[in-house]
Design a protein around this ligand. Structure first.
Ligand SMILES: Nc1ncnc2c1ncn2[C@@H]1O[C@H](COP(=O)(O)OP(=O)(O)O)[C@@H](O)[C@H]1O
Ligand SMILES: [Mg+2]
Length: 233
């Protein structure tokens, strides 16, 4: 006679939460309050480090926050597009936050989506760099940072990728490395362009308007380095 099979220990209890649920249930302080747009909402929370010695995490949480395209006429969460952009930047050698978790699910017909990245430890935004760090540096150290930023943007554009939200708050500068290092974040609006110069024109015009505390002379220097990276300026 076939033995009756009984459920395994605990299987009658509630099914174990999925990875998505575990991350979704982790709540932290809002660093970017929820914005209502794109037919839904999106916000960013800071989560504590999950293991000793690891950096804290940033969790972008979205509900019904979608983009539509020919391939996705019904819409997909914007973090899905952002994840693709992060992967593309990694392949181009452009530093971006390290991905920890990215997933979207539909609950009662509505998208929920998460993008969790490691904090860029040792980096500050370009705004913060001008407010608190640039004055302490020699003119040549300051120029080395601007030169590095120009190279990072060239690399991005050579890969025909446009950042799409190139504001000073999305440019991060390392303040504890011996070599200048620059990272880019918030690639939600990033996309590939058919021509490199289109990506360049869009991003440089945008950064010119949204460069925050960067003075005119530094902006001019950045452009010189962008257009003539090998020349000693
Ligand atoms: N990995 C990260 N490292 C450091 N700061 C981050 C990171 N991710 C997000 N932030 C901070 O959170 C803010 C909001 O994140 P962002 O990706 O710009 O979201 P949003 O699409 O809501 O503008 C950023 O401007 C930055 O200050
Ligand atoms: Mg942002």
């Amino acid at each position: 006679m076939k033995a009756l099979s009984w459920p395994q220990d605990g299987a009658l209890a509630k099914a174990a939460p999925s990875a998505f649920e575990r991350w979704w249930n982790m709540q932290g302080e809002w660093v970017e309050e929820r914005n209502q747009r794109r037919g839904g909402e999106s916000g960013v929370q800071l989560l504590p480090a999950q293991q000793p010695g690891k950096p804290p995490l940033y969790s972008k949480r979205q509900i019904g926050h979608v983009f539509r395209s020919l391939r996705h006429p019904l819409g997909l969460p914007t973090v899905v597009r952002e994840e693709q952009a992060l992967i593309a930047c990694e392949a181009l050698g452009v530093r971006v936050p390290k991905r920890v978790f990215c997933e979207a699910r539909q609950e009662a017909g509505q998208w929920q989506a998460l993008l969790i990245t490691e904090e860029l430890s040792g980096f500050v935004s370009l705004d913060n760099w001008y407010a608190e760090h640039a004055q302490q540096l020699s003119a040549s150290a300051r120029r080395a940072v601007l030169h590095r930023l120009a190279l990072v943007l060239r690399r991005l554009h050579r890969g025909r990728r446009q950042h799409g939200s190139l504001y000073s708050k999305h440019i991060y500068i390392s303040v504890d490395a011996t070599q200048p290092a620059v990272a880019l974040l918030d690639l939600e609006k990033s996309r590939r362009r058919l021509f490199r110069h289109k990506a360049m024109q869009h991003d440089l015009a945008q950064l010119c308007r949204r460069r925050g505390a960067m003075p005119e002379t530094d902006w001019a220097y950045l452009l010189q380095c962008y257009h003539n990276p090998k020349k000693q300026h």
